[in-house]
Ligand binder design. Sequence first.
Ligand code: AMP
Length: 507
Amino acid sequence: MNMANWLAASAHLRPHAPALLTGVRVDADYATFARRAAAVGAHLAQNYGVRPGDRVGLFMTNSTQYLECLYGIWWIGAAAVPVNAKLHGREAAWICEDSGAKLVVLSDDTLDAWADSGAPATLATLSVDSDNYLRCREGEGAPTPLARDIDDLAWLFYTSGTTGRPKGVMLSHGNLMAMSMCYFADVDQVRPQDAMLYAAPISHGAGLYNFPHVRMGARHVVPESGGFDADEVLALGRQLQDVSMFAAPTMVRRLVDAAKARGENGDGLRTIVYGGGPMYLADIRDAIATMGQRFVQIYGQGESPMTITALSREWHGRTGDPRYLERLASVGPAQSVIAVRITDAEGRPLQAGETGEVEAKGAAVMLGYWNNPKATSDALKDGWLRTGDVGRLDADGFLTLSDRSKDVIISGGTNIYPREVEEALLTHADVREVSAIGVPDPDWGEIVVACVVLEDGAAANDQVLDAHCLASIARFKRPKRYVYLPSLPKNNYGKVLKTELRQMMAK
Ligand code: AMP
């Protein structure tokens, strides 16, 4: 099973259906999309010597060519190595070299970064904005994708690496298919008239969601800006209708702010799938109040892409449920192909209600890390993936996450989960963003420090925030210090860099 078969099928079943759009402009229908993918694959094989199983790096910004290249790579049985275009050239070069890529596909706007990357001149490159590319995609390719086994490598997904070197997560065609089936079963149905909007990097979550949309012959829309602009997203929703997207929680917040400012409710946006980082209860309630029931939450990680648990649209809407807020603060039950359990420090399964490390097992879980058997055996035990996340399951199977295990704060011998402190502070109207971290302390071992970004013109201070915390969390969990910052340091994926905050506080 080759994931490119889905493109070949849609090209047969819906040849004239619009497939690739830049903004509202249709660049290709499904027949053209598939023909281009086959031709790009043939070009890579003939002119760069790419063979089945070879890796091809993609260091390029979002464009419709991105999807042509991904499918071109799969068409000839090779594996894609998508690299976030916001990375430094050196980081991108490191990933491409680590993967042993035969070739790196660039876009004009990453050429400069690549030129400074220090990559060996022997590593071939091709720009999707070059005449050469535009000519090659009009060539001839194989009529059908090369046959692949479900365990064959399809996507080498480099982890975001908030600390240390990123690791290459090996995702097979079978993993991607399992993920896509879960999209249909646990996240959303897809109809041919729907559109997937790539407002986040195609190299990550947003790009992974192309598959269910290719399968159903739906539209793929790359915004003109190539990235996330809240007003542009709202406009595309209105113009194109039936638009779905993947958004990190920070993007959801900005979308909600933009919708409020315009007096809109996100008309035309069918489903906003959010995840990739904590969504605080206060924020999702605000989002639903402003934009209505358009939200689905997923919890996953590169190692089980987009597929550990999901909180469906239905659960977002069950406002009459006596446990509604508890449900909404959870990341939902396990997705269809996944089993989830909680274990203690020795790896023993815990009971419902007990807090420990989240583990996941099932068809979406990676094959392992590329060229890294030690990291693989640390992460996978009897098929169970140790996620490094801390959480608890309730008796009905809903998972509530606390934190990454390394972020748990131990103060006076007691575990404090920063997320609980952050949830409490975020319910204060003056608090825009917050991150709670542990800072070494001679008396307590660690103390909780809240790094707070206030709303513009807000006047809250330590006393106000302290009193606010006292109203909702235990006294011992309250931050012992507040630090006010203009913004929180985030990595290229929008994740708060707690390591950096800890370093800042240690100075
Ligand atoms: P990545 O592999 O870069 O996608 O990062 C995965 C990590 O992001 C997970 O291990 C979690 O710590 C976090 N994460 C993903 N989805 C969620 C979610 N819905 N809620 C809270 N944290 C999440």
